[in-house]
Design a protein around this ligand. Structure first.
Ligand code: SAM
Length: 193
């Protein structure tokens, strides 16, 4: 299982955004729509989609956990936005679960090295090629910031739990690009073995 954790501290947990204005009314909910498309639609080539999970932490109060939608896969950004909106309005499809929770609770759940490692995706971390050997001896989760990166509360948690930082290079990429790159990194290393 490969897991992505997208932090969205500014998004409202009420699901009250307008479909025609996702970045503005949704306070950058478009980031999550693109992550989901990268994770379950165009990102994986050989990696089993059933072995992917994407968690969105909304406003540090609400957790949406997305698994492979199968035949119900949304076809575009608005389709994903509808799924997110319905889930936040207590009408999730079977492949989305909704719960209460915070960034710290999710960190405690998935950062249990050496069995389970929570990596922070950060331009300034160790390059992914340097940690490649470690990736195969642990269950991996990758945490992503929003368009502004990580806020000060999250930075404090990253320091408190000593979360390792991993980089895809010095350039700042869209989080959807990071999701797809991590999946291809795993696909590539599986093919090498
Ligand atoms: C659009 S970027 C945020 C850019 C923001 N200017 C910043 O300073 O963090 C969204 C998230 O994608 C991830 N990210 C972007 N580029 C990356 C890279 N080169 N390596 C690792 N993670 C990256 C980080 O988690 C980042 O918080």
């Amino acid at each position: 299982m490969l897991r992505f954790i997208q932090l969205l501290p500014q998004v409202s947990p009420k699901g009250d955004f307008i479909l025609k204005d996702l970045p503005g009314s949704g306070k950058r909910i478009d980031i999550l729509c693109r992550d989901l498309a990268a994770c379950f639609s165009w990102g994986p080539i050989t990696w089993l989609k059933a072995s992917l999970e994407l968690i969105a932490i909304i406003a540090d109060t609400t957790i949406l956990t997305f698994r492979h939608p199968g035949d119900e896969i949304p076809q575009n950004e608005v389709g994903w936005a509808l799924v997110i909106r319905n889930s936040l309005r207590e009408q999730p499809p079977e492949w989305v679960s909704v719960s209460n929770g915070s960034v710290e609770e999710i960190i405690k759940m998935y950062s249990n090295p050496p069995e389970s490692t929570l990596w922070v995706l950060d331009e300034k971390g160790s390059h992914v090629s340097e940690i490649e050997t470690k990736l195969h001896i642990t269950q991996n989760s990758f945490m992503l910031g929003n368009h502004k990166g990580f806020n000060s509360q999250t930075e404090e948690l990253i320091a408190k739990y000593k979360l390792p930082r991993v980089s895809l290079g010095k350039k700042s990429y869209l989080s959807s690009h990071c999701v797809a790159s991590i999946i291809s990194e795993f696909e590539r290393s599986e093919n090498v073995e």
